[in-house]
Design a protein around this ligand. Sequence first.
Ligand SMILES: [Zn+2]
Ligand SMILES: [Zn+2]
Length: 453
Amino acid sequence: MLPEIVKGFIILACIFIPLERIFSLHKQKIFRLGWATDATYFFTGHFIGRSGAVVVTVTLSLMTNFLNRELQSKVASQPIWLQFIEAIIVSDLAYYIVHRLLHEVPWLWQFHAVHHSIERMDWLAAVRVHPCEQLLTQVCKIMPLYWLGFTKESLVVYALYSAAIAFLIHANIKVKFGILKWFVATPQFHHWHHSKVPEIHNKNFAVQLPLLDLLFGTLYMPAKKMPHKYGISDSIPAGYFGQIFYPFSRSFKKMLNKNSKQGINRYSRLLRAIAGVGLTSVASLSAVALFHGMDIPTFIASLNTKQVTVADLQQGKVKPALLIDVRSPEEYAEDRIGESPLVPLIDIEMGFGIKQVQSIVKANIKNSQPQPIIVLYCAKGGRSVKAYKQLEKIARYSQGVPGNETHKIKDISLNVVVLSGGIKAWREAVPAREDTQILASIILSEKVAIDSN
Ligand SMILES: [Zn+2]
Ligand SMILES: [Zn+2]
């Protein structure tokens, strides 16, 4: 089973590579200069994106006193299509401001220069964004949307649309968009932003609404011309790691020069050591998280999650146990542990999966008095950690709201654990034919209805 991010890469390649062949703007190879570097950005950027969402969530949870609940409920009560349009206007306005700062503040430009170092434009060029810039712009774009209270559904539509537009505006295609070119960012609009001519790449700062540049006097979109040369004159390294370190090495060199002039370069070793330790820690954390098949925030969350091993279950240390699969129905159909019921993570995140978990537990308590220990499992552990956190969050919420019966799972939340290593670890130790025999001694019942209502 391919990870979602690999599937996403294949789907995008299958859409854009043929489009770039049929409607090509410039003649160039599929595996053009810098392709491998940008492919690396594609996969690492996925994890950075998750971190951005965590930063937004944590920041908003710290500023609950500044949230306007009345405004939020008014925004959320609008139809999805209207929220979607408003989300584009709000987020692109925020992006426009940050993007101009990235061009005008010299030390910010060192990060943004990485994106402008692209010399061959295509769909994959969209992802060449320094992780620090990605985090900054993502937080600035998403924060106002969360703060204003847009619904989850409208944010999902907005996120899909903005991702599609990001790939489209960098694509090596020549297509006329007619009057739409003022309302939807196109290659005709964004390619000029990558022009090698500095006066021109300091134009077209929006990424979704060209009208914003028209409004602020920064639009450059001639009707019948397209740029021929892309890139910048700064010498940016070609490789991924060279580009990641580029902004820091520039600042560091500048600082060293300044220090040596002033005769105070005694701090340079300390700074170098701190930068080295910091980057090594982040790299090690990323490597460990990837090894566990999780993104960094989920891996950090997993450290504060009650976990049991396959051996614990085999030895009957977790008893009575109730195994719940939180993967997708397709994965569940392929293989599962015994007859454990399915409650996909997405259902738990949307809220109604919690009711299913309640029903399953209630059905089991009827059969046997002891409170079951819910053992959540997924492919390798990442999704079950997220499901665990959701159940824990809802439990904490229901504890704080007296009389709230909707999500009252206070009692069962205390007994939720995650199966370390997921079904992968289980299958390595237990062949499918032995599931029933091992589970017979620890589970409450062989099969439970998912929804007893
Ligand atoms: Zn730019
Ligand atoms: Zn771009």
